[in-house]
Design a protein around this ligand. Structure first.
Ligand code: ARG
Length: 584
């Protein structure tokens, strides 16, 4: 709800009480956006629901409320329509004043949160020595955008990378490393074992075919857990190499993250099991320690257990998540913890959330949220892979997007007979390519699967990043052409006459509403939709209203609309992790 809606709501509530007495305090006026702009901007539907209670016709109720309603500063005289809707149409001078106010506001009318909270966004979180795949790409892009939005609202955000850097797979990797790079375990130097993914594959092959090797691998796990120096050294080398590879992706995508991998919580795992035992939840089942779950059953309809300690004494993914959850509540003092992973992990989150709640570890003021997302599909509708069937390396994917953007730009420059420096071309291609990938992901409702298509995401005419970057650059083109400094337009210049000006103006004033909806529902696609629609409204205005050619005072007013649109795009895109270009 934006500031205007809030004001209207208060006035309506007061009018209801004035009309029907104090018993009606707190009745929701049911204020919604008008279904059709013909009827105004908002409508209050309360009369329909009050009519039963009062035994009166809804139109009579609406009339009684309108008699007492004072919204003359904000709206035209209210009208009663249909069975009893109260239609409200914003006054033009009110809209002009609102726009003048946001023009002077670097936050464009979006207030900071009244009560800033400590929030954790757990995102990206790839696994050491394994590939960072397109699923991690989604987590990285979506998590980063959520974090940016919460930060902009003034929350105290901890961006955590819960890297998979611990577990029995390290026994196999270290045993293999010892075989093929015996020196690596003792030298202080960083190691370059080439492609870690193929290293992992080779180690796995070795593991699968040789029982003696399996035993060595198991011993390495024991040594790792006991903190044996050479084993620990090997583990660190593997982590460092992966980290360097992840870092390349984070830099390309401009992502900031604090690494706090699974190993960080290792010392806390036994405490989790002990405390579950103390609270009486722990059950031994075929040698494993577990907690039985409500609402989760196997095929036979029997309750499912969540295992927290395997029969060999090892802990698992869930134990680590329980430990990290406690740490985040107790040490980090988080009030909302947001986990961004693929939808396939939904059960995992529901299960350990349930166990933590039962154990009494979750205070009432702490919210746990799993933010799931769907799969990335190829144009054939199946999981996105390379032609040879391998999973796609993220670096290749991003490079490909940039090089296609580069080729598109070159051909456009040729058509327009424009000369640009190599430096300019490379920078534009980089921004366009990376933005296109990010926007294609963010603009989908994250819960659904989406089809990855370079052609679609780079299309200058679709609902894409390049389309919006182009609108932004076009506005800066106006300022270049007219030699206008947007910062020096002066205040109180807005004058709304043309219908496209009014439509754009009203839309510009909705940014706060959109951002607060993303704060709650964690759906960045809402912000994408808003920016796309804003771009379209701007283009309609631009097509219909001359700007530089207009007479004063219209000219300045229209330039203010241009400036506000550009600033809204820049801010909104920055919250999606997308950079803008003044020229492209
Ligand atoms: N490493 C996991 C994976 O690649 C994601 C971790 C998500 N975070 C968490 N706290 N479980 O699927």
């Amino acid at each position: 709800m934006n500031a205007t809606q809030e004001k209207l709501k208060v006035q309506l509530e007061q009018a209801i009480v004035a009309a029907f007495g104090p018993d009606f305090a707190g009745v929701d006026p049911i204020l919604v956006s008008a279904s059709n702009p013909k009827f105004g901007d908002y409508q209050a539907n309360v009369a329909l629901s009050l009519s039963k209670k009062k035994g009166l016709q809804p139109r009579a109720i609406a009339g009684a409320i309108v008699d007492k309603l004072d919204v003359s500063e904000i709206c035209e005289p209210p009208e009663i329509a249909g069975p009893g809707f109260i239609n409200l149409k914003l006054k033009t001078p009110y809209l002009e004043a609102q726009l003048n106010a946001i023009q002077a506001d670097p936050r464009l009318g979006v207030p900071a949160a009244k009560t800033p909270k400590r929030e954790i966004v757990d995102f990206s979180s790839p696994n050491i020595a394994k590939e960072m795949h397109v699923g991690h790409l989604r987590s990285t892009i979506i998590g980063d955008s959520i974090a940016r939005i919460l930060e902009f609202l003034g929350h105290d955000v901890l961006r955590l990378n819960h890297v998979g850097d611990w577990g029995t797979q390290f026994g196999m990797l270290i045993a293999y490393l010892r075989e093929v790079y015996p020196d690596a375990l003792t030298t202080a130097n960083a190691l370059d074992i080439g492609d870690l993914v193929s290293f992992y594959r080779k180690a796995k092959l070795r593991f699968d075919e040789d029982a003696a090797f399996q035993e060595t691998a198991r011993q390495e796990v024991v040594r790792l857990q006991a903190g044996a120096e050479d084993t620990l050294h090997a583990w660190k080398l593997l982590c460092e190499q992966s980290r360097r590879e992840f870092q390349i992706i984070y830099e390309l995508l401009d992502i900031k993250l604090i690494e706090r991998g699974e190993s960080f919580y290792n010392p806390l795992l036994s405490g989790v099991v002990e405390d579950l035992d103390k609270s009486g939840l722990l059950v031994e089942n075929q040698g494993a320690k577990c907690v039985f779950l409500e609402g989760f059953t196997n095929r036979e309809g029997e309750p499912l257990p969540l295992i927290v300690q395997k029969s060999d004494g090892g802990y698992n993914y869930a134990t680590t998540d329980l430990a990290s959850l406690r740490y985040r509540i107790q040490q980090d003092e988080a009030k909302r913890i947001i986990y961004v992973t693929d939808a396939g992990q939904g059960n995992h989150f529901a299960q350990f959330f349930q166990v933590a709640r039962k154990a009494g570890w979750i205070p009432d003021d702490v919210e746990l949220v799993h933010v799931p997302f769907g799969l990335v599909l190829g144009e054939d509708g199946r999981r996105y892979r390379t032609r040879s069937g391998d999973s796609v390396r993220l670096r290749d994917l991003l490079d490909e997007a940039v090089s296609r953007a580069h080729a598109d730009l070159k051909s456009r420059l040729q058509k327009e007979e424009r000369q640009e420096t190599e430096e300019f071309i490379n920078e534009v291609a980089r921004v366009v390519g990376i933005s296109a990938v990010k926007y294609a992901d963010l603009s989908q409702n994250r819960t659904s699967n989406y089809i990855f298509s370079y052609d679609k995401m780079l299309d200058l005419k679709g609902n894409t990043a390049p389309y919006m970057l182009y609108v932004y650059a076009r506005i800066h083109g106006i300022s270049r052409k007219g030699n206008i400094n947007f910062k020096e337009l002066g205040n109180n210049a807005v004058l709304l006459q043309h219908e496209t000006e009014l439509a754009l103006a009203k839309y510009l004033l909705q940014l706060d509403e959109v951002i607060s909806s993303v704060e709650q529902d964690l759906l960045p696609n809402r912000l994408c939709e808003y920016l796309f629609e804003l771009s379209q409204k701007f283009n309609q205005f631009y097509d219909r209203c001359p700007i530089l050619q207009a007479e004063e005072p219209q000219r300045t007013s229209r330039l203010v609309l241009c400036d506000l649109t550009a600033r809204t795009l820049k801010l909104g895109l920055s919250l999606l992790g997308i950079q803008v270009l003044e020229r492209m």
